[in-house]
Design a protein around this ligand. Structure first.
Ligand SMILES: O=C[C@H](O)COP(=O)(O)O
Length: 307
């Protein structure tokens, strides 16, 4: 839709109310036993299993893809009476896209590429746009772009909108997730406005963080972004997805996020088409909790090292 500046300017956030609500969700909502196992299995299907390290190798990416295909040990799945679950996607740098696409051939698990000069997004603009095309060409079905934080900090909403539109167009049929890098946007109001502008410009998902900022996904930021998604849906009829990313590594945290999604956005969003966790180490803890559920024992963390 066109940039609606009246709507953008009207956005306000009551920070203390947001913090109060975010602070109580973990305590009010706790699921136990079989229900907890079921929610944890659901969480696995919503993970963008990620490796974004300077020392990534093809072997590491292949191992990660093997984990995406079989995220939980077969004996545990059998005991839980479940089969055939996979993670939502694999998320890698451009150089690793071909390897991941090859490793996931025939599985239907999409490959997401971080792009546009990730994580800072400060390389020449034409190269950022070209990078998207390169990743799509080698098979990335999802592109995680980073926005220019300065457009938000300077209140240049038109520039943010134009940038996002250009990235959206460069993605073609690939889904585009807009990484706001919320830890660098200064205020929750900026987060809300940036969310809205990116959605107006065609983002399929809005995502909190690169995982490289000093503050990454938080519950207050998530509440603000989810409510922006809800408002956008109410006015436009378009459902935009949400991806908290960075620092989500515990099964308990994943459950809290899912409770928030269910309460703020509803069950439609508890689906890989509309919700993902961006996480490199969450899966290991979830598998560990599932093992505890099945056997009554906790294994050492290193037994679930990958993912
Ligand atoms: O988009 C995903 C993040 O980079 C993953 O962050 P993490 O390594 O803190 O889980």
């Amino acid at each position: 839709m066109p940039l609606d500046m009246d709507w953008v300017r009207a956005v306000q956030v009551n920070t203390s109310a947001v913090e109060r609500r975010a602070g109580t969700i973990g305590a009010r909502r706790s699921v136990k036993k079989d229900y907890q196992a079921a929610w944890l299995l659901k969480a696995i299907t919503l993970i963008d299993l990620t490796t974004l390290a300077g020392d990534d190798t093809e072997n590491r990416v292949r191992r990660l893809c093997a984990k995406a295909k079989h995220p939980v040990r077969a004996d545990l799945l059998e005991a839980l009476g479940v089969d055939g679950i996979t993670t939502g996607a694999i998320c890698v740098y451009h150089d690793m896209v071909e390897t991941a696409v090859d490793a996931l051939k025939g599985t239907g698990i999409p490959v997401a590429a971080v792009s546009t000069g990730f994580p800072a997004g400060l390389s020449p603009f034409h190269l950022r746009v070209a990078e998207i095309g390169e990743s799509v060409k080698v098979g990335a079905e999802e592109i995680d772009i980073v926005i220019s934080r300065r457009h938000v900090l300077e209140g240049n909403w038109q520039a943010l909108y134009d940038e996002m539109r250009t990235f959206r167009d460069a993605c073609g049929d690939a889904h585009v997730k807009a990484i706001l890098a919320t830890g660098e946007l200064g205020t929750l109001r900026n987060v809300a406005r940036a969310s809205l502008v990116c959605m107006m410009a065609g983002a399929d998902f809005i995502k909190t963080s690169t995982g490289k900022e000093s503050v990454n996904a938080t519950l207050p930021v998530s509440l603000v972004m989810m409510r922006a998604i809800r408002d956008y849906y109410d006015r436009s009829g378009v459902k935009v997805g949400y991806k908290p990313a960075g620092g989500i590594s515990k099964a308990k945290d994943a459950l809290t996020y899912l409770a928030l999604v269910k309460e703020e956005l509803g069950n439609d969003w508890l689906d890989p088409h509309l919700f993902r966790f961006g996480a490199s180490s969450l899966l290991g803890d979830i598998e560990r909790q599932l093992e505890h559920h099945v056997t009554g024992h906790y294994s050492a963390g290193y037994r679930h090292a990958m993912g």
